[in-house]
Design a protein around this ligand. Sequence first.
Ligand SMILES: [Zn+2]
Length: 101
Amino acid sequence: MAEKLIRIFKKFHIDEVKEHVLVCGDLTANCSKCSEVGIKLGSSTCPSCGTEFKYITFRSLKGNIPKILKAFEEKPNLIFIDYDDFKHATSSLKIEDLFKN
Ligand SMILES: [Zn+2]
């Protein structure tokens, strides 16, 4: 059976997601929890803070689809999230924080 990528929408607790995202660029990635940079793509945990990466996002999808497919093959439980959705959700969280103070 052919396997294809199909995007889905699902509600997440953004605080929880933010602690466990590997944010990937073209060559290296960074940890969304401690902002460590230069992490190897496909790492399971952050070498700096030790957080487990349950979610993965790519700043740009262009040219990175093979890397996404590889990440899925290596770690089938990994949840791929859309970078713009993630950015939007975390920035709206910051705005909510402003109103709390
Ligand atoms: Zn970290």
